[in-house]
Design a protein around this ligand. Structure first.
Ligand SMILES: Cc1cc2nc3c(=O)[nH]c(=O)nc-3n(C[C@H](O)[C@H](O)[C@H](O)COP(=O)(O)OP(=O)(O)OC[C@H]3O[C@@H](n4cnc5c(N)ncnc54)[C@H](O)[C@@H]3O)c2cc1C
Length: 379
C-alpha cells in the first residue's frame, strides 16, 4: 500500500452533502482538507430530493448559484391515505427539488475549486490516533495523516467507529428499506405529495432535468413477505393506494431498475467517537417523513465548521470544540428528531393515517405547527 506523504489539517470521511459542505467552509478559511469518497461523482443516491427552504441561503453562501439553476420551488403539500383521502396544505416555508446526482456533483466541483483534495473511489478502512494531534487514516488508496478527522459517512456506521451500544444497536427498532426512481409524468412543479400505504409511504416531487423523484420507505418485512421482489411488493402493497397505483402504472420511468438501500434505522447517534467529529446521518438521522435530513446535515456542517475554525485558530482546544459542537447539535436537532419519531407513528397505518389526515384537514393551524417542528429557521 502506498503511504501518502501529504498531511492535512482536516480529513473528512464521506463526500455526501454534510462532508462536502464542511470541507468547503474549512477551505474558505484556509484550512487544508482532504475528503474521502468511496464512489465517483456524479452518482445517484436514495433520497426524496426535497430540500427545506431553510438551506437555500446557506448553499448559495458556499458558492452554489441555486437561483440560476431554475429549480422547482415547492409550496404545496398533499398527503393521501390508502383509503383515498387527500389532505392538501400550503407550506409556510416550503422547499425546492434537486437530484442528489446534481447537488452532490455541484458541491464536489465547488470543493475542488476551493482547493479541497477529494479522493474519489477511495474507501476509508481505519483511523488510528497517535498522541494528541495526529490521526492516521487508512484508505484503499493509501494512508493519510490529519490533525482532525470528521466522519460524514452517512447512515451506515463503519466498523472502525465505536458508538455507545445503547444508542446505535438496532435491537427492536424497525428495519427499513428505501427505494428511489426518477420518473416523467404530469406533476405540478410546486407540489410535494406523500402517499401512505401499509407500513410505509412514498414521496413524489419535481427535481431538475424535468424529472420527478419517486421515493419510498417501508419496512424490510414488507419486502420479505413479497419474496424479496420489489415489483411484487409494489403491486401487492403500494398499489393499494390508488394515487400510487396511478403513478406507478402511468409514468415513464427514467430507469425501471430501482435504486435501493436496506438496513436503515432512524435515531440520534452521537457527535463524536473517540475524538472523531461526526456529522450528517453519521451523528443521527431523521425519518424522511420530516423531509429534512439534508438540511440537518448542512446545518451540522455549519455548526462544526465554526468550532473547528476556532480550534485551528488556536482559540479553543480539542475538548472544548467537541463539547461545544455536541451542545449546539443537541440544541438544534434534539426536538426535531423526537418529533420525527413520533410523527412517523401516525403514518403508514391505514385507519390511523386516514383518521389523522381527516383531523388535520379540519385543523390547518395544528398542521402548520406539526410541520414547523420538522424544520428550523434559515441559516
Ligand atoms: C428513503 C429516504 C428518503 C429521504 N428523503 C429526504 C428528503 O426528501 N429530503 C431530505 O432533506 N432528506 C431526505 N433523506 C435523508 C437524507 O438523504 C440524508 O439525511 C442525507 O443524505 C445525509 O447526508 P450525509 O452527507 O450525512 O450522508 P450521505 O449523503 O449518505 O453521504 C455519505 C457519503 O459517505 C460515503 N462513504 C460511506 N462510507 C465511506 C467510507 N468508509 N469511505 C469513504 N466514503 C464513504 C458514501 O458513499 C456517501 O457518499 C431521505 C433518506 C431516506 C433513507
Amino acid at each position: 500500500m502506498e503511504t501518502q506523504t501529504e498531511q492535512f489539517e482536516c480529513a473528512v470521511i464521506g463526500g455526501g452533502l454534510a462532508g462536502l459542505c464542511l470541507a468547503i467552509q474549512l477551505a474558505d478559511h484556509g484550512i487544508s482538507v482532504v475528503v474521502f469518497e468511496k464512489n465517483k461523482y456524479p452518482f445517484h443516491k436514495v433520497c426524496g430530493e426535497y430540500i427545506s427552504m431553510e438551506s437555500w441561503g446557506f448553499l448559495e453562501s458556499l458558492g452554489l448559484p441555486l437561483s440560476d439553476l431554475d429549480l422547482p420551488i415547492i409550496k404545496n403539500l398533499g398527503i393521501t391515505s390508502d383509503r383515498g383521502f387527500v389532505l392538501n396544505h400550503r407550506l409556510q416555508m416550503g422547499g425546492f427539488g434537486v437530484s442528489r446526482y446534481s447537488l452532490d456533483h455541484h458541491l464536489f466541483e465547488i470543493a475542488l475549486k476551493k482547493g479541497v483534495k477529494v479522493m474519489e473511489n477511495c474507501r476509508v478502512q481505519n483511523v488510528e490516533r497517535d498522541g494528541e494531534q495526529a490521526h492516521y487514516v487508512t484508505t484503499s488508496l493509501g494512508v493519510f495523516r490529519a490533525d482532525v478527522v470528521c466522519g460524514s459517512y452517512g447512515k451506515y456506521t463503519p466498523q472502525f467507529i465505536q458508538l455507545h451500544e445503547n444508542q446505535d444497536t438496532p435491537n427492536n427498532a424497525l428495519n427499513y428499506i428505501g427505494v428511489k426512481f426518477h420518473i416523467k409524468t404530469e406533476f405540478p412543479a410546486d407540489r410535494i405529495e406523500l402517499h401512505n400505504f401499509r407500513d410505509g409511504y412514498c414521496g413524489i416531487s419535481r427535481v431538475d432535468q424535468g424529472w420527478n423523484c419517486l421515493c419510498y420507505l417501508t419496512t424490510s418485512r414488507n419486502l420479505l413477505e413479497n419474496r424479496k421482489d420489489v415489483r411484487l411488493m409494489e403491486e401487492n402493497v403500494l398499489y393499494q393506494n390508488p394515487f400510487l397505483k396511478q403513478y406507478f402504472t402511468q409514468s415513464e420511468f427514467v430507469s425501471r431498475q430501482p435504486l435501493m438501500i436496506s438496513n436503515v434505522h432512524f435515531r440520534k447517534r452521537q457527535t463524536n467517537s473517540d475524538g472523531i467529529f461526526l456529522l450528517g446521518d453519521a451523528a443521527g438521522s431523521i425519518t424522511p417523513l420530516c423531509g429534512n435530513g439534508m438540511s440537518m446535515g448542512m446545518r451540522a456542517s455549519q455548526m462544526l465548521a465554526k468550532e473547528l475554525i476556532l480550534f485551528f485558530e488556536k482559540k479553543q482546544g480539542r475538548e472544548s470544540a467537541l463539547k461545544n459542537y455536541q451542545l449546539a447539535w443537541n440544541a438544534a436537532f434534539g426536538t426535531r428528531i423526537n418529533a420525527g419519531y413520533h410523527l412517523q407513528k401516525l403514518f403508514g397505518k391505514s385507519r390511523t393515517t386516514d383518521f389523522a389526515l381527516r383531523t388535520l384537514h379540519s385543523m390547518p393551524a395544528l398542521t402548520d405547527r406539526l410541520i414547523a417542528l420538522t424544520h428550523g429557521e434559515p441559516f
